[in-house]
Design a protein. Structure first.
Length: 227
């Protein structure tokens, strides 16, 4: 009986020792360190190296703009009264009829009307060049009446200009009753005149003085009589 108890005690001690060794082995395995992964490559200064564009890669091309194309030549605006478009026959005495009439308003004014009698359009360039009676000097042109563009007249179409006869306040000098009016046309470049003059008889009792002036050709009667 006693031997049996001793044997049992020895068996329990052996089992306890085996369990402790097993626990120690498991602990060692659980605490085993995991191998470290490789860190990013660093340059000599210790900073992380960034990816760079490979040498010899495609060069960046400059951005190019597109210039607007011209829609074609036309008449110059902004009050120039000039024509830079396709060449059109100038209005002259050969392809026009010119008349002069009295108007009630504005006072001391006449209306000059030019009508294209030709078969093609013509340009009434700049202002009519006027000579009153036998005067040698060309009548002053009202610069403020310069239109936005040259007046182009189709066949049978008319253009207009106003003539200031005298100062409204009577301050003009060399007042007189005038009888005739010579009308010449200006060329495209505005230098001199072209063609022969239309010689018109002025309305009866037309009084003029040194203030006489004429507007640029206008496309409408109302525009002409503004000046």
């Amino acid at each position: 009986m006693r031997n049996t108890a001793i044997a049992a005690t020895a068996l329990l001690a052996a089992l306890s020792l085996t369990a402790c060794q097993s626990a120690d082995d498991d602990g060692k395995k659980a605490g085993a360190s995991v191998p470290a992964t490789s860190a990013p490559a660093a340059d000599k200064t210790g900073s992380t190296t960034e990816a760079k564009t490979p040498a010899g890669g495609p060069a960046e091309q400059p951005t190019t703009g597109t210039r607007p194309t011209s829609a074609g030549k036309g008449k110059t605006g902004g009050g120039s009264g000039t024509d830079t478009g396709p060449v059109t026959t100038a209005c002259t005495d050969a392809n026009t009829k010119v008349t002069v009439t009295k108007v009630s308003r504005p006072i001391n004014h006449l209306l000059l009307t030019v009508t294209n009698t030709g078969s093609k359009a013509c340009n009434a360039y700049h202002a009519p060049l006027l000579r009153v009676d036998e005067g040698q000097a060309v009548t002053r042109i009202m610069d403020e009446s310069r239109p936005q563009a040259v007046v182009t007249l189709s066949p049978r179409q008319s253009g207009y200009a106003s003539i200031l006869l005298s100062a409204a306040d009577g301050s003009g000098e060399n007042g007189r009753t005038s009888k005739t009016l010579g009308v010449l046309f200006a060329p495209r470049n505005g230098s001199g005149s072209i063609g022969s003059p239309h010689v018109l008889t002025l309305p009866a009792n037309t009084y003029t003085d040194d203030s006489v002036a004429v507007s640029y050709w206008q496309s409408s009667m109302s525009d002409a009589l503004t000046y």
